[in-house]
Design a binder for this molecule. Structure first.
Ligand code: GSH
Length: 236
């Protein structure tokens, strides 16, 4: 029998913990920041949800750690630090909200492998949308690359998810929602929505566990907090 790992029993909370002040900065889209917005908002962790337009982004770009968003400014009271890279921010916010068992190295690694797999999954999607960022210009055949995404790439990763979800309702074999679920959920919903041209609901049809997982995550997320409010929030 496969044992589901108890996520929340891994944490030992310090009673003297003072929450840091957080400012998350990204564009006004779900993209790489929605998983972080969800982790924080669903766990009722206060944060500023700053959304830049392109003009404001260009003004700030040179001052960002790696010239990109998202960033998280963390004010602990003793120091102010800017963190870049969405998965580093996700892990940090996962620790703050106890959705990442960082004191249990093995279980953290079981979650991490799904976060890393998400990066591997996402990279060709980014390449397809922004070929010039990957050094591909002119000769890049977008249509045949999209066909490869649909016929080869998606089925390969969806099968991994399908098998994982046979034994557990959450990724990493955990008994509760964790940062691996938070990082996959917006990407899967985005693909299902049809915004990524050539991919849509029909590509999920053969994966029953995955569909059930997506439905149940969405309803858990909607019932726990106001994440969709964050998606829909527009700049003033
Ligand atoms: N590996 C980085 C990628 C960050 C990234 O690609 N950010 C994009 C938005 S999704 C960006 O800032 N693009 C504007 C630019 O590069 O000038 C992460 O996960 O945070």
């Amino acid at each position: 029998m496969i044992m589901v790992k108890q996520l929340n029993s891994f944490f030992r909370e310090q009673s003297s913990f003072t929450p840091p002040k957080l400012k998350l900065t990204y564009f006004d889209i779900a993209g790489l920041a929605q998983c972080i917005r969800n982790v924080l908002s669903l766990n009722n962790f206060d944060f500023e949800d700053e959304r830049l337009n392109k003009v404001d982004f260009m003004k700030h770009k040179m001052s960002l750690p790696f010239g990109q968003l998202p960033t998280l400014v963390v004010d602990t009271g003793d120091e102010v630090v800017t963190i870049a890279q969405s998965k580093a921010i996700l892990r940090y916010t996962g620790r703050l909200t106890r959705t990442y068992p960082s004191r249990q190295p093995l279980h953290a690694a079981m979650i991490d492998q799904w976060c890393e797999l998400h990066t591997e999954f996402n990279t060709p999607l980014m390449l397809s949308m922004f070929p010039e960022r990957f050094g591909l210009t002119g000769t890049f055949d977008v249509e045949s690359h999209r066909r490869w995404i649909r016929e080869t790439h998606l089925p390969r990763f969806f099968k991994y998810l399908e098998v994982e979800l046979d034994n557990s309702s959450y990724l990493g074999g955990m008994d509760a929602i964790n940062i691996a679920d938070f990082c996959w959920q917006p990407t899967l919903e985005w693909l299902k929505s049809g915004v990524f041209e050539g991919v849509g609901e029909q590509d999920f049809e053969d994966y029953n566990n995955l569909q059930t997982y997506m439905r149940s995550l969405l309803s858990e997320i909607n019932s726990l907090g106001n994440s969709l409010g964050y998606i829909e929030k527009k700049e003033e």
